[in-house]
Design a protein around this ligand. Structure first.
Ligand SMILES: [Zn+2]
Length: 336
């Protein structure tokens, strides 16, 4: 009995020490971490984190996992938030990271009923169709994005993080706004003009058309751990470029810039979209193996098969986003 009492007392003391430590850690640090902590308790799913003060500068909204089989952005955002907090970096403005398609993330699939990144229209935002689970995700994200953009006195930037099924080749897709294009330029990776405007009903396209600075970043293959590293580097460089972080305070910022530059592998930074091969039914499409982003292709080259027929390159250029999964609305793009 005495032994049981001793064990109970010992356990109790450690519980108290643990609670005290949590209290000290969670509430004695900067205000942005308290804000983030409380937000996470309130909504453990949608929010990856938030930090800073809305009235102190621009509002940066990161969306990770718009496609549920692309979790790299979630890991990268968690890393960057933890790094900023642990190193006590000052944040100007307000940075928020949100998960995109929650039911799809849970199932690790691109989407459940419809591709969330092809639903960004006023019609879908007003739809009451509850047979498509992504409609609820769309509305929930839109409400949060509006709230976050309205609460800032400064610029609002939406950064949409993606990976792809091809093997390699990172790039950025800015909306038409000068500020978004400037940030894309600072990343030091190829960015493709007009692509964001041509891809139908994407978040970048929708918010860009409403005058909000938007930028999609394609970090690498879905499965590659380098995709997470590339996103971490892109997040730091973007936060510096947008004025949220002072680069002099970020240990290793040059390494982040070098990583992006080296991964871009000497490709021209500004490219134009010249061709898009759209698909009605991706299950009947088979890309020939081995194509990567920005691989040179020549007119007449046999690129893929659709319904048993050859698909040939209609012109010279560079391959972009060849489809190596059985789901999607575009077989490939050609840029120059
Ligand atoms: Zn994606």
């Amino acid at each position: 009995m005495a032994a049981l009492f001793w064990i109970y007392s010992f356990f109790d003391v450690w519980v108290l020490i643990f609670l005290k430590r949590r209290f000290i850690i969670d509430f004695s640090e900067t205000s942005y971490f308290c804000s983030r902590y409380m937000r996470e308790q309130k909504d453990q799913q949608r929010y990856i984190g938030e930090m800073g003060l809305p009235e102190s500068g621009p509002s940066i909204i990161i969306i990770a996992g718009m496609h549920g089989n692309e979790p790299a952005g979630i890991y990268a955002s968690e890393y960057v938030f933890d790094f900023i907090r642990k190193n006590g970096l000052k944040v100007n403005g307000f940075v928020t990271a949100l998960k995109g398609n929650l039911p799809a993330i849970q199932k690790n699939v691109r989407f459940v009923d419809k591709d969330l990144n092809r639903l960004w229209t006023d019609e879908y935002l007003q739809s009451d169709d509850d047979s498509v689970r992504e409609i609820a995700e769309l509305k929930s994200l839109h409400t949060e994005l509006n709230r976050l953009c309205q609460q800032t006195n400064g610029d609002c930037l939406l950064l949409d993080l993606h990976t792809f099924s091809a093997k390699s080749g990172i790039f950025a897709m800015p909306s038409g706004q000068t500020h978004a294009r400037k940030i894309a330029g600072d990343l030091g990776v190829p960015f493709v003009n007009r692509l964001a405007q041509v891809l139908p009903n994407t978040a970048v396209n929708y918010y860009g058309s409403k005058g909000i600075d938007t930028l999609a970043f394609e970090a690498g293959n879905h499965e590659a751990h380098e995709s997470v590293d590339n996103m971490i580097s892109a997040l730091f460089v973007t936060l510096v470029s947008a004025g949220c972080l002072d680069e002099g305070n970020i240990p290793g910022i040059d390494n982040h810039r070098n990583r992006l530059k080296q991964t871009a592998n000497g490709l021209p930074q500004k490219m134009e979209l010249v061709y898009r091969f759209t698909l009605e039914d991706a299950s009947q499409f088979k890309m020939n193996p081995g194509y990567t982003n920005f691989q040179k292709i020549t007119k007449g080259e046999h690129l893929a098969n659709l319904n048993g027929e050859k698909v040939l390159a209609p012109l010279d250029g560079y391959m972009l986003m060849p489809l190596y999964q059985k789901i999607g609305s575009d077989g490939f793009f050609i840029v120059k």
